[in-house]
Design a protein around this ligand. Structure first.
Ligand SMILES: [Zn+2]
Length: 281
C-alpha cells in the first residue's frame, strides 16, 4: 500500500501540512479579492506548484547572474524566487536585457497598482513569462506577444521587447490584470468612456475616439482596454513614453485614457472585499 512508503517522520510532516494548509492559504496570498463568485487569485497554489528544479545552463552567464542576484530586487518575487515569474527551458534563452525589461515592467505595474490599492504581486501570482525567440509568435503571425490565461503564461517574442519600447509587455500585463479581476477592468473602462454596444449602433465601432491607441482595437473591448492599461502604467512615470503606433490618431488623449483606467481600477478595488493584503505599497 502506498502509505507504507512514508517513514513516520515524513508522514507526520505531511499530516502537519494538511492540518495547516487552510492557515497557509490565508497567509500565502489568497487574501486579495476573495469574495464574489470565484476566487480571483490562486496565489498560494501557484506559488507551490512551480517546479523550481530548473537548470540555468540554458542561459548566458550574465542572464544567470541577473536572475539569481538582481531579478527579485524591489520585492518583486514571492517566496519561490524568480521561478515564480520566469520560465527557463531549452527554448527560452533569455538575455539579461530582456530579463531586465520584464523586471522593470513588473515593478512599474505593481507600483501603479499599489496606488489604486491593489497588490499586484498577489493579483498576478501564478503568471509566468515565456520567451519565444523570433519576431512573431509561432502559429500566430499577427502577434508579437500573448497572454495565455489557461496556462497562466505571457509569451514574449523578440519584437515584444523592441516595438514601442516594450509596450507589449505592459499590454499583456493588462490582459492578465483584467483576467484576474474577472474582466472588471474592461467592463468598467468601456462603461466609463461611454463606449459599448449603444455607442457602436451610432458610430460603427465600440471605442469612442480619443480612447483607442490602434485602429484595430476600436472593435475589441479587451484589446483597447489592455492598451489603455499599458498607457496608464507607462506614462505614469514618464509621459514621453506614450506609445505612438502608425495608426495612433492625433486626437488621442493619453491623460483621459489614464484617468479612466485608474478610476476603473479604484472602483474594482473598492467593490471587492478588501483585506489587509490589498494594501500593497
Ligand atoms: Zn492583446
Amino acid at each position: 500500500m502506498a502509505h507504507q512508503r512514508f517513514s513516520p517522520r515524513v508522514f507526520s510532516l505531511l499530516l502537519a501540512l494538511v492540518v495547516l494548509s487552510p492557515l497557509l492559504n490565508r497567509v500565502g496570498g489568497r487574501g486579495l479579492f476573495v469574495s464574489g463568485p470565484a476566487p480571483i487569485s490562486h496565489a498560494a497554489e501557484a506559488e507551490t506548484a512551480v517546479d523550481t528544479a530548473v537548470s540555468l545552463d540554458f542561459l548566458p552567464v550574465d542572464s544567470q547572474d541577473y536572475l539569481e542576484n538582481e531579478f527579485c530586487q524591489d520585492s518583486l518575487c514571492p517566496p519561490g524566487g524568480w521561478q515564480q515569474w520566469i520560465i527557463v527551458d531549452a527554448e527560452s534563452a533569455w538575455t539579461a536585457v530582456q530579463l531586465t525589461a520584464v523586471h522593470h515592467a513588473l515593478v512599474e505595474t505593481f507600483a501603479a497598482l499599489a496606488e489604486v490599492g491593489i497588490n499586484g504581486r498577489h493579483l498576478l501570482a501564478g503568471y509566468r513569462f515565456r520567451y519565444q525567440p523570433g519576431d512573431r509568435l509561432n502559429g500566430r503571425q499577427e502577434s508579437i506577444a500573448l497572454a495565455r490565461h489557461e496556462v497562466q503564461e505571457i509569451i514574449l517574442t523578440d519584437s515584444a521587447f523592441t516595438v514601442q519600447a516594450g509596450f507589449s509587455i505592459y499590454h499583456e500585463l493588462g490582459h492578465a490584470v483584467d483576467n484576474r479581476l474577472q474582466r472588471q477592468l474592461t467592463v468598467g473602462f468601456i462603461d466609463l468612456i461611454g463606449g459599448g454596444e449603444d455607442y457602436r449602433r451610432e458610430n460603427g465601432y465600440l471605442i469612442p475616439d480619443g480612447y483607442w491607441v490602434r485602429t484595430q482595437t476600436r472593435h475589441s473591448p479587451y484589446e483597447a482596454t489592455a492598451d489603455a492599461f499599458g498607457v496608464w502604467v507607462t506614462i505614469r512615470t514618464s509621459p514621453a513614453a506614450a506609445p505612438i503606433f502608425h495608426t495612433t490618431p492625433p486626437d488621442i488623449s493619453y491623460r483621459a485614457i489614464s484617468l479612466a483606467v485608474e478610476t476603473t481600477l479604484r472602483q474594482a478595488a473598492a467593490i471587492q472585499e478588501t483585506e489587509r493584503v490589498i494594501s500593497g505599497k
